[in-house]
Design a protein around this ligand. Structure first.
Ligand code: SF4
Ligand code: ZN
Length: 351
């Protein structure tokens, strides 16, 4: 899924634990009974700021990534090779939950699809959710999945309890052409719609990830693609959540290859502001729009000139919690002229 890759490298409000290592034949051998990382960060529920416990499990990783893989995803760089026992995964969950301190929101990432039984067995899926719902004050639990695993059989057992189960799907774009040709995602819009409708029917909440500026499209097309994708998702699923994820270049990916050859620049922060502003007007406060750019302000992430980045990022973070368009900065001054020229020069569309 798109989202998880961000968390391993982005900055967090409270970093509280990282996975231990032990020596092995190759010098570094990961322990499999410890999560990759656990931390706390700010998020929001119904427009109110809440604290969320974030858990990155050390699972076997995304099946799609092993067989084909998306052009921007370097998740396989950070998952354990070989089989991981159910007991080890449950020990990871236990260790992570030792850090729980009344957070209403728990987010679980697996560098893949939590609902894919070949990654996370259905027993571990159920026991993980069960361990969390046993805690007091749980309001919402987020897991990620590709649409093909969002079946009634797999989702139903995870919805038992008072919590809301939020399923995050890496749709990336509503354009089947961009998703298949430039992202290599391996599913189509109709699959996303069908699976998401089923999830909602079962009482789950939906969060959709959009990828801003996949490879092979320019800045202008990237902006337009995000705005039309927000519109499409909002029309089909009003009231859901949409996270706009600007490209962050990961190691050993098609995107990194292009970047190293000077053929790719991550999107501008001004472009992201424009997308969030126009997207907010479309969603009209109903669908919650957000963005937590990983690598924001860095060369490999969404960035402006370097001088205004921190301030713009701060506004985006605040906007993401409140879903309030007035928090977003006016696009003027600093490098806005340079950005405008860049967007205009990229406006010869191949789409
Ligand atoms: S579906 Fe694509 S983006 Fe998501 S984890 Fe798998 S390879 Fe990465
Ligand atoms: Zn600037």
């Amino acid at each position: 899924m798109y989202l998880i890759y961000r968390f391993i490298i982005c900055s967090h409000d409270t970093f509280i634990m990282s996975r231990g290592h032990q020596s092995g034949k190759d010098g570094i051998h990961r322990r499999r009974d410890r999560p990759i990382s656990v931390w706390k960060e700010k998020d929001s529920i119904e427009g109110n700021e809440v604290s969320a416990l974030v858990i990155i499990l050390d699972g076997p990783g995304c099946t799609w990534s092993k067989n084909v893989g998306c052009t921007m995803c370097g998740y396989n760089n950070d998952v354990s090779e070989g089989h991981i026992e159910n007991d080890d995964l449950m020990e990871q969950v236990k260790i992570a939950l030792d850090r729980y301190d009344g957070e209403p929101y728990v987010k679980i990432f697996t560098s893949g699809s939590f609902l894919d039984p070949s990654e996370i067995s259905t027993t571990v899926q159920k026991d993980t959710i069960g361990s969390i719902t046993d805690l007091s004050d749980i309001d919402r639990i987020l897991v990620e999945s590709r649409p093909e695993f969002m079946t009634e059989d797999l989702m139903t057992p995870l919805t038992k309890g008072d919590h809301a189960l939020e399923i995050a799907v890496g749709l990336e774009t509503s354009s089947d052409m961009i998703r298949s040709k430039f992202i290599r995602k391996g599913f189509i819009w109709d699959q996303y719609v069908k699976s998401s409708k089923k999830a909602i029917e079962l009482g789950c909440l939906l969060k959709t990830y959009l990828l801003m500026k996949p490879p092979f499209i320019g800045e202008n097309d990237a902006i337009n693609d995000m705005i039309s994708s927000i519109s499409d998702v909002h029309s089909n699923f009003p009231g859901s959540r949409i996270s706009v994820n600007p490209m962050n270049i990961q190691s050993n990916t098609v995107v990194e290859n292009l970047y190293k050859r000077g053929l790719y620049r991550p999107p501008w922060l001004w472009s992201l502001v424009k997308v969030l502003k126009e997207g907010s007007s479309i969603a009209n406060g109903k669908t919650h729009l957000m963005s937590s750019p990983s690598g924001g302000g860095k060369k490999r992430g969404v960035h402006n000139c370097g001088e205004c980045d921190a301030k713009v990022l701060e506004s985006i973070q605040e906007f993401s919690i409140r879903n309030n368009i007035s928090i977003l900065p006016i696009i003027e001054g600093c490098c806005s002229k340079e950005w405008n020229e860049y967007v205009s020069s990229s406006s010869i569309s191949i789409l």
